[in-house]
Design a protein. Structure first.
Lengths: 112, 115
């Protein structure tokens, strides 16, 4: 089954404790991206990757890192999480040349 | 389910009615537009897209209209069904260079369909 898989789906952590949210897709898509979704603010792009070893900032990259060492994986790293990073995070992928993003199920992160 | 937005525009319709959801975009350089549907507790799902060289595109029960003059996009859903109840987002992609990967979403509209 074609899918985008995120882990963990739910996480409660404390300020400053490094964490990684993994994202994997099995559709051989070149493009992958991360979004956060907050009430009243909609979906905002954090980082995106056009292909392996190619990443770029979205609208809200501060406090986040990404890497794209393999085509299928695009982890989101929070080196020192803060409470303002409490949010619902979505990973997505798409083939080149289209806007048809395939989203994961979301990861609900709470930073205390 | 997850709350995806507070104070979003809302549209309530009766089952069987046609629905029109509107979206204004700000970047005149955007050349590709997409509509997504997000049901409670799920990730957004692609509905339909349109490029800036078109003004209308039809899918199954859905039509997207693009008016570049006033930077307005609309999604029309025919014979709306209870299963269409969701939050609907428009999104835009700017042409050219590294910004081609940058996707900007609108705030969303909550559609509620009453049986």
């Amino acid at each position: 089954e074609a899918q985008v898989t995120q882990n963990p789906r739910y996480l409660i952590t404390v300020t400053g404790k490094k964490l990684t949210v993994t994202c994997s897709q099995n559709m051989n898509h070149e493009y992958m991206s991360w979004y956060r979704q907050d009430p009243g603010l909609g979906l905002r792009q954090i980082y995106y990757s056009m292909n392996v070893e190619v990443t770029d900032k979205g609208d809200v990259p501060e406090g986040y890192k990404v890497s794209r060492k393999e085509k299928r994986n695009f982890p989101l790293i929070l080196e020192s999480p803060s409470p303002n990073q409490t949010s619902l995070y979505f990973c997505a992928s798409r083939p080149g040349g289209t806007g048809e993003l395939f989203f994961g199920e979301g990861s609900r992160l709470t930073v205390l | 389910g997850e709350s995806v937005g507070l104070h979003l525009p809302t549209l309530s319709v009766q089952e069987g009615d046609n629905s029109i959801i509107n979206c204004a975009y700000s970047n005149s350089a955007s050349d590709y537009f997409i509509w997504y549907k997000q049901e409670s507790g799920k990730g957004p799902q692609f509905i339909i897209d349109i490029r800036s060289n078109m003004d209308k595109r039809q899918g199954q029960r859905v039509t997207v209209l693009l008016n570049k003059t006033v930077k307005h996009l609309s999604l029309q859903i025919a014979a709306t069904q209870p299963g269409d109840s969701a939050v609907y987002f428009c999104a835009e992609i700017s042409a050219g260079g590294t910004s081609y990967g940058k996707l900007t979403f609108g705030q969303g509209t909550i559609l509620t369909v009453h049986p």
